[in-house]
Write a protein that binds this ligand. Structure first.
Ligand code: NAP
Length: 260
């Protein structure tokens, strides 16, 4: 029986972890797809490709031409376009879909979170008086903060945002997690940060800022996760991590063997 052909839509630690679990496993023939937006991505020990497919039609053609038998959507919880495209391509091709989504962060005792739906509401929640803000939302959703230019922003992202998207008086720190609570407390203290704005990404790599905020008594504006696409009628399953994805793939492999 030839190996099961898998396409993994990546760009997350979970996708990298799954690639590590699949490397050298002769039952599977995986391809990790990266968006190509990070200057120096972490590269896996399995075959990989980089760059968009060209929307739903491009992804559907790729799946058909490469005879992909399972699609793993291991993109970031806020990468909504890719998730929607993958769902639509799954509908068009009827291949099994597995979503890997790490659990969301939950507020703990001592946290002072305000949950908001979307970046525009996050910018509005900062209020009308100038504040010193740590923005850890990536680099492509900055526009709403340019519309609230009276705050001082410290923006932390893996790669620097395009200068034309920056609010005035913004400072940039380029860094890739994981970070430690001590490092984050130092950063917050050094820049006299008064409030943090973050997406509810979940996971451990960037969670330290929440521990630091709790320790320093700082408020956090937490952007809630976007809605899920409608997967009604699809062979679609959700898991929280890479081992869960491997277990699903093993089951699919057995089922394919039995059906062969
Ligand atoms: P997005 O808005 O959902 O997707 C925009 C377009 O980028 C997609 O339509 C697709 O282009 C292409 N794309 C996205 N992920 C891809 C992948 N894994 N392989 C090939 N093409 C991909 O995505 P985004 O929010 O810009 O995120 C881009 C990448 O960064 C994703 O891989 C995501 O997992 C990662 N990431 C995102 C965030 C975040 O907060 N959004 C945080 C950390 C990491 P086509 O339509 O041409 O196929």
């Amino acid at each position: 029986m030839p190996p099961l052909k898998i396409l993994i839509l990546g760009g997350t630690g979970e996708a990298s972890a799954l690639a590590g679990l699949l490397a050298g496993n002769s039952r599977f023939s995986p391809m990790l797809s990266l968006a190509g937006v990070t200057a120096s991505p972490r590269l896996p020990d399995i075959p990989w490709r980089s760059g968009g497919f060209g929307g739903v039609a491009g992804l559907t053609s790729y799946i058909e031409e490469q005879n992909i038998q399972a699609l793993i959507i291991a993109t970031h919880p806020f990468a909504v376009q890719m998730r929607a495209n993958a769902t639509a391509a799954g509908r068009a091709t009827q291949i099994p879909l597995l979503f890997i989504e790490r659990p969301a962060w939950q507020a703990k005792q001592g946290d002072n979170w305000r949950e908001v739906a979307g970046m525009t509401k996050a910018a509005a929640a900062l209020g009308n008086s100038p504040r010193r803000v740590l923005l850890t939302i990536g680099r492509k959703d900055l526009a709403p903060f340019a519309a609230t230019p009276w705050h001082d922003y410290l923006i932390r992202s893996v790669d620097a945002p395009p200068p034309e998207t920056l609010p005035p008086r913004a400072k940039i720190v380029t860094a890739r997690g994981p970070f430690t609570q001590i490092e984050d407390q130092q950063l917050l203290a050094e820049h006299r940060i008064e409030v943090i704005v973050t997406k509810n990404s979940g996971g451990t790599a960037t969670e330290s800022k929440l521990h630091a905020a709790r320790a320093l008594g700082l408020p956090v504006i937490m952007v809630a996760r976007p809605e899920w696409p409608d997967v009604t009628g699809l062979n679609a399953v959700k898991t929280g991590d890479a081992p869960g994805a491997l277990a699903w793939l093993e089951t699919l492999h057995h089922a394919t063997l039995r059906g062969a």
